[in-house]
Design a protein around this ligand. Sequence first.
Ligand code: HH2
Length: 256
Amino acid sequence: MGIVNVTPDSFSDGGEHLDPDVAAAAARRMVAEGAAIVDVGGESTRPGSDGVTLDEELRRVIPVLEQLEGVPMSIDTAKSEVARRALELGAELVNDVTALRGDPELAGVVADADGYLCLMHMQGEPRTMQIDPRYDDVAGEVAAFLEQRLSVAVAAGIPEEHVCLDPGIGFGKTAEQNFELVRRLDVLLALGRPVLVGLSRKSSLGRLFDPAAQTGTLAASLGAAVAAYDRGASVFRVHDVREHVEALAAAGAVCE
Ligand code: HH2
């Protein structure tokens, strides 16, 4: 899954894709490089961020989606109206970092369109989530949360087979908690759904080398993706598609 953030403030690629033509070209390039789907988002959820209005989010993403007819697309949003318009324009999957807690209408919109859904775990909210996150058992608590959100999705009419689950790397977690989640991915896989991971350029990877790092390097992202693959992750949300396709293909060739 290639990332196309149409935002001025995303943590690693903010401002790169604000022009719809540039964003659409980046999405097409990612698919040419081997992405199975591109995830278009108009709201940064980086630590400390505040969110954007519906009008602003629509203004950012709709002109991009309109140019991507025929390209496999996902929409990174928690807003039902953004999801509805994206699904009408051909998006197949809604990537909701609030796991259906942000907008009560979202589940119905996905169900009505027969869409796919990614449910992600987050402790707290982006503005404050990195202030002292705490768990007794991070893998067990994240799995229990995702199991409960999966049942909410199914009760709203979204088939279980249309849902993938995401531990939410960096969303209310310390670096060690993020790594433990990847190490213990079997606890999430036991829920029976594909697991998506978003490790790409996340600051936990950068902080292995520099305590003040805000982003992780490409090499660290590839290492972490391969480790997650080895633990059973099957969808990788990444900025650098070609490099991840090559790294994961090599890991697959060696492991299988
Ligand atoms: N991470 C980010 C945004 N959306 N969605 C899922 N399912 N999983 C993730 O790990 C995830 C996500 C944050 O990364 P990015 O999009 O690069 O930055 P920003 O939120 O600042 O736009």
